[in-house]
Design a protein. Structure first.
Length: 272
């Protein structure tokens, strides 16, 4: 039988080993290693359930120091920690399509910010989101906006560059992202067009009752600056749904043609 002294010693060794590999007894295990770096995501819901604290940490788990260089596209006086926040983009399960936006500013000509991580060091970026949105900032050109309440899982992604011009893509561990205070499985927020009846002006999507879809739900495909379609669900099976093209001038929806197979649709509103 193991003595108490040996048990404590084993626990301490486990903690030391975890720390050496980018783990912590109080933090989630970060994502996979890429060229000596790992990425850890920590998300905690605010007390008032109106947003989330987000922490993104790049860890050097390799043997050598690594110097990272920012890739800001516009002029600013921000630090490398700011670049981490603004360059991060997120994916979720169930899937949510990003909300695109544009950034303005003069083209970057000044030197980029840098950060050097010695072996075992890490760099942390922290921020607070509002309501049902997760996104670090401006460089990626999109945020994730959750239009359904429920229990989602989110993962962060970063494209980084070193001073020796090496590029790498990191992805983090998953973290719960609770929307609306609900821990229920959310209804589908995104779908894919799997059939377009161009002549009859109907579109079939790859989501159905198993995904919480109901008759009357509305999705949209495209972008307001190009072509935008509104799809109203008219029939639902377990795994798919059929919709008709709707014309809403206020929303800018067109009914001239149908979106192509493979197009991504985002949920807009529930059926009445």
């Amino acid at each position: 039988m193991m003595s108490m002294r040996n048990f404590v010693a084993c626990c301490l060794l486990s903690i030391i080993a975890a720390s050496a590999h980018g783990q912590s007894p109080s933090l989630p295990d970060p994502g996979p290693e890429k060229d000596g770096l790992r990425l850890r995501l920590v998300v905690k819901q605010l007390d008032q359930k109106k947003g989330h604290h987000v922490q993104l940490e790049v860890l050097n788990v390799g043997k050598d120091a690594i110097t990272l260089i920012g890739q800001f596209s516009i002029e600013n006086d921000k630090k490398y920690e700011d670049y981490l926040r603004e360059a991060a983009y997120f994916t979720s399960y169930p899937g949510v399509l990003p909300t695109p936006f544009s950034t303005k500013g003069s083209e970057r000509k000044s030197p980029q910010p840098t950060a050097t991580l010695a072996s075992g060091d890490s760099l942390v970026a922290k921020w607070t989101t509002v309501d049902n949105v997760i996104g670090g900032g401006r460089e990626t050109g999109h945020d994730l906006t959750f239009v359904r309440d429920g229990f989602f899982l989110v993962r962060a992604h970063l494209n980084l560059r070193t001073d020796d011009d090496k590029s790498m893509k990191l992805w983090s561990n998953e973290q719960p992202f609770i929307v609306g205070g609900s821990r229920q499985a959310p209804k589908a927020c995104a779908a894919t067009v799997i059939h377009d009846g161009k002549e009859m002006k109907f579109v079939r999507l790859d989501v159905g009752t198993l995904d919480g879809i109901q008759v009357g739900d509305v999705f949209e495909v495209g972008h307001a600056k190009t072509t935008l379609w509104g799809l109203k669900i008219t029939a639902v099976t377990e795994r798919s749904s059929t919709s008709t093209l709707i014309g809403e001038e206020a929303m800018g929806y067109t009914t001239d043609k149908a979106p192509h197979v493979g197009s991504k649709a985002r949920f807009v509103r529930a059926g009445e």
